[in-house]
Ligand binder design. Structure first.
Ligand SMILES: Cc1cc2nc3c(=O)[nH]c(=O)nc-3n(C[C@H](O)[C@H](O)[C@H](O)COP(=O)(O)OP(=O)(O)OC[C@H]3O[C@@H](n4cnc5c(N)ncnc54)[C@H](O)[C@@H]3O)c2cc1C
Length: 442
C-alpha cells in the first residue's frame, strides 16, 4: 500500500516522539539568540514548514487545506483532540445565509457557496444541505431594512411578505404578528459543522499537510537569524515556519496578547443550542428537503434556527448570544434564558412545536467582537506580515470558513488577499474606536 507523504510524516512523528524534543533540550541551556543561531547552524533537520496553522477548528482546518492544496508544506496544530467539543466548530448544524445587514459579507457568502461545493466534490460527500432562508422582524426594523438593501445591492433576489402572505406560503407553519414582515431568499441552508471540519482536515492531509493534535501552542517567536517564526508547544516541541496563521477561536485574545502584546477585545461567550420537539404528525412539515427554511428573527432578541435534520422530530431554535466566560474555566451552564425562546416558539409555530422546554441542548463558544465583525489581519510589530490572525468570528463565521481560509492563505503566502476588501476586519479599528465599526442600522 502506498502511504501518502502526509501519513508518513504523521507516522514518523508518532514513532519517534523525541526527535524534536532532543533538539529542544540541546538548545534550551543557551541564551535565546544563541539558541536560534544553533538551530540555524546545525541545519535543523526537524520539521520546517512553509505555513504553520495554530488551531484546528473550522477556520484553521480550512486554511490548512488551502495552503496544502497550493503545494505549501503545511503543519496544523491543535491543543486538544481533533474534532473536540470545547471550541466553536463542533455540532450538527450551522446556518448559511446571504442575508446580512452589512453589505460586505454577502459577496463573501456567495463565494463560500461555490467553495463549499468545490470541497464537497473533492471529498465525495455532502456537508451542505439546501434550504431557503427566511428573515422576519417588525416592519420598521432597521436591521431588516438594511438586510433587504444589502441583498439588492448584491443582486440577491428577495421576496418580502406580510403576515397573510407568509401564512399562505407556509400553510400556517410559521406565523408573524400583523405589524411584522418576512423576507425570503433562496440562499439559505444548513452546514454540518463537525463533518465539515473533518472534511477540511482530510483534504489538507490528502494534499500533504501534517496534522498534530494535543499540541498546545504556548508561544510564537521571531527567528531573527533566518526570518520566519518558531512555534513552541506546551510539551517542548518547536517548529519553524516561514509563516504562521493563528486561528484559535475563543483563545485568540490570550494567545495574541502573549505573542504580540496586543489586547484584542474578543470576548468568549458560552452559548446554548436548543432542540425542541415537533408535535406528532407535524414532523414532515419542518423537515429539511421540503419547503421549510432556515430562519432568523430580529427584534429584542436575535433568534435563529434550522429545519429538522440532525435529530428527526426535533427542530433547532436558539438565541444569538451568551455569557462571558474564560475558555479555560468554562462554567458549562446554566445556558441562555429560555423564556424568550418559549414565547417565540409559541407565537411563531402555532402550537405545533412543544414550547414547554428544549428536549436536547448543547453548549458552544462564541468569540465576540464589539461590532461582531471578524478580525483578519497581520499581527504586525516584529512579526510584520509573517503572522496572520483570523479570529473574532462572533457567532456567524462558520458559513464563511471556506472563503476565510482562502483569504488567510492568501495573506500568509502573498501578503495580500486578491479581490476582497478587508478594511472592516482590521485590528487597528479598535484603537480608532473601542466599539469598532460604526453601523448605521443599529
Ligand atoms: C452555538 C453556535 C452556533 C453558531 N451558529 C452559526 C451559524 O448558524 N452560522 C455560522 O455561520 N456560524 C455560526 N456559529 C459561529 C461559528 O461556528 C464560528 O464562527 C466558528 O466555528 C469559529 O471557528 P474557529 O475556527 O475560529 O474557532 P474554534 O472552532 O474554536 O477553533 C479554534 C481552535 O483553536 C484551538 N486552540 C486554541 N488555542 C490553541 C493553542 N494555544 N494551541 C493550539 N490550538 C489552540 C482550539 O482548541 C480550537 O480547536 C455558531 C457558533 C456557535 C457556538
Amino acid at each position: 500500500m502506498t502511504i501518502p507523504h502526509s501519513l508518513k510524516s504523521l507516522q514518523a512523528a508518532s514513532k519517534n516522539p523525541n526527535h524534536l524534543s532532543t533538539v529542544f533540550l540541546l538548545s534550551s541551556s543557551s541564551s535565546s539568540n544563541n539558541r536560534l543561531k544553533n538551530f540555524a547552524e546545525m541545519e535543523y533537520s526537524g520539521d520546517e514548514f512553509d505555513v504553520i496553522v495554530v488551531g484546528a477548528g473550522i477556520m484553521g482546518s480550512s486554511t490548512a487545506y488551502q495552503t496544502a492544496k497550493r503545494g505549501q508544506k503545511t503543519l496544523l496544530l491543535e491543543q486538544f483532540d481533533f474534532l473536540h467539543h470545547r471550541g466553536s466548530s463542533h455540532g450538527e448544524s450551522r446556518t448559511i445565509r446571504a442575508t446580512y445587514p452589512e453589505d460586505y459579507y454577502t459577496p463573501l457568502v456567495l463565494q463560500s457557496y461555490k467553495l463549499w461545493q468545490q470541497a464537497e466534490s473533492e471529498i465525495g460527500y455532502n456537508v451542505y444541505f439546501k434550504a431557503h432562508q427566511l428573515d422576519m422582524a417588525p416592519a420598521n426594523d432597521k436591521v431588516l431594512h438594511a438586510v433587504v438593501e444589502s441583498c439588492r445591492k448584491n443582486s440577491v433576489p428577495v421576496r418580502v411578505m406580510n403576515r397573510d402572505q407568509l401564512d399562505r406560503e407556509f400553510s400556517g407553519r410559521i406565523r408573524i404578528p400583523e405589524d411584522w414582515v418576512a423576507v425570503s431568499t433562496e440562499h439559505g441552508g444548513v452546514i454540518k459543522p463537525t463533518k465539515a471540519v473533518s472534511m477540511f482536515q482530510t483534504l489538507a492531509l490528502q494534499n500533504g499537510a501534517v496534522l498534530r493534535d494535543n499540541m498546545e501552542v504556548k508561544g510564537v517567536e521571531r527567528d531573527g537569524v533566518r526570518g520566519g517564526v518558531w512555534v513552541c508547544t506546551e510539551n517542548g516541541e518547536r517548529f519553524w515556519g516561514k509563516k504562521c496563521v493563528v486561528t484559535v477561536g475563543a483563545w485568540t485574545t490570550k494567545l495574541v496578547k502573549t505573542v504580540g502584546g496586543i489586547a484584542l477585545p474578543i470576548q468568549p461567550l458560552e452559548t446554548t443550542v436548543c432542540y425542541w420537539r415537533i408535535k406528532e404528525g407535524h414532523e414532515g412539515g419542518f423537515a429539511i428537503g421540503g419547503d421549510f427554511p432556515t430562519f432568523a428573527s430580529y427584534g429584542d432578541n436575535y433568534i435563529y434556527g434550522t429545519p429538522s435534520l440532525e435529530y428527526p422530530g426535533l427542530i433547532k431554535v436558539a438565541v444569538h448570544g451568551g455569557y462571558p466566560c474564560d475558555p479555560d474555566k468554562r462554567p458549562w451552564g446554566p445556558g441562555n434564558p429560555l423564556a424568550p425562546l418559549k414565547e417565540w416558539i409559541e407565537g411563531r409555530f402555532s402550537g405545533v412545536v412543544d414550547s414547554g422546554g428544549p428536549v436536547a441542548t448543547q453548549l458552544c463558544m462564541y468569540s465576540m467582537t464589539p461590532d461582531e465583525d471578524f478580525v483578519i489581519d497581520f499581527l504586525g510589530g516584529e512579526f510584520g506580515k509573517d503572522v496572520v490572525v483570523g479570529g473574532g468570528f462572533s457567532g456567524h463565521g462558520f458559513k464563511l470558513s471556506p472563503v476565510v481560509g482562502r483569504i488567510l492563505a492568501d495573506l500568509a503566502l502573498s501578503g495580500e488577499a486578491q479581490g476582497v476588501e478587508l478594511k472592516h476586519f482590521r485590528m487597528a479599528r479598535f484603537q480608532e474606536n473601542p466599539k469598532g465599526n460604526v453601523k448605521d442600522f443599529l
